[in-house]
Write a protein that binds this ligand. Sequence first.
Ligand code: BES
Ligand code: MN
Ligand code: ZN
Length: 495
Amino acid sequence: MKYSLEKRTPEKQQSDCIVLPLFEDLQLSPESSYIDQASSQSISTLIERKDFDAKAGSTMLLDGNNTSHTRILLIGLGKQDAFNAATLKKSMVAAANTIKKTQTKTALVSFDGVSLKDCSQSWLMRFAIEAINDSLYIFDDFKTTKADKSELNTVSFYCGDSINSAEAEKAISEGSAIAAGVSVAKTLGNLPGNICTPTYLATQAKEIAKNNSTVTTTILDEEKMAALGMHSLLSVSAGSEEPAHLIIMEYKGGKESDKAHVLVGKGVTFDSGGISLKPGESMDEMKYDMCGAASVFGTMTAITSLKPNINVTAIVAAAENMPDGKATKPGDIVSTLSGQTVEILNTDAEGRLVLCDALTYAEQNHNPASIVDIATLTGACIIALGHHTTGLLGNDDALADELLSASTEAADKAWRLPLWDEYQPQLDSNFADMQNIGGRPAGTITAACFLSRFAKKMKWAHLDIAGTAWVSGKNKGATGRPVPMLTQYILNKVN
Ligand code: BES
Ligand code: MN
Ligand code: ZN
């Protein structure tokens, strides 16, 4: 898709479809008024008849009449005082959903008269690009009859003449890069577990290095991990025919001597629960248990295209959790790379077991400036925050605040939960240094408490994306979250 900023007013341009946003007060912007007049009052007539209410997400497609545009698409933005990034995204998804059913190849979106609170005008484009990408995303690799692809190939934006061009270009390139990263994360998430194995993820990481001179990829196999002492990570893949891999991708945009910011992704390519087997219903959704890793791949994709002057290291702990004669059993005790021992009371609490060794590996080998892990870690996080909000925990207030700001700016919601010491005793074990479960109360917090024991020497944050990484039900699919937040977090460090 080609996105661009247009400085010429819409009446001086031609397109297959002009998109005109309207608030519920139904006041036409100067450009909408012009189109209205040129089209024999087609818009004001509709408004007078109360045929279009401009509720957020509503659309109405009209003939372009005598204007220089083949079609006119009205989109509702809802109430002006309630307008925010989420409503803008909803409206733009609705617009793209309508456009993709037509033969429209070129669209012009007029943001004249529209502004977002606390944001400059260019953010409208950024969010619109992400929304259009969401709407046009198709995953039909495994369908023999392919979905009809949309004809749309060019979207231009008109934002009035006061817009700062440099800022607008930046918004367009950031929006496009984030959109591409979100698509990468969605596709990795959507791939079935028989394709997207730990080895597949390792191959993808090598591809990224092959295509980008700024990235080097290193893969540790099971033998190497065993030699290092990563027995916690290896306990998860013990029952699987698929070998585990530790995948390291280093992006060097900064000085050689700059410490890297590290992103660690949970890459459990299928989580059956292991010997603590999960119930059968919806077990297929546990193919998404690598969405933390997918978000790391997506963020690296965005970063390699934007090339910020910063060093970012991605580490993916990739394993498959299966029951088998060789599988880890409840009660088994393993030693971690850190030297601490863990009594595994539930083999379904495997995410923390792969992540703890990845955290220690990062600490020992990469001396991180900061470290953020991203994981579909606990069902409890869905109970706490539902499907709208990512859980954020960590040991460094400044880092947590940076992530929360990035989350707000990127319209990719997150909320911090406490990590107070009072919760730590829930992990006490009779036989080892700790056990891997903390009982039912505060499951998201005790999971983070477990990880915190491996991140003591680092500025560390943890994102629990169990509720936000995919949607269930009829429109089942990965969301690509939290690629927007993570990319913004990295960009904010250089901007
Ligand atoms: N991958 C799951 C968490 C999960 C469950 C994410 C449902 C999204 C939807 C994780 O490995 C897991 O099984 N966690 C257990 C932990 C428990 C055994 C302490 C859980 O949440 O039930
Ligand atoms: Mn599990
Ligand atoms: Zn899991």
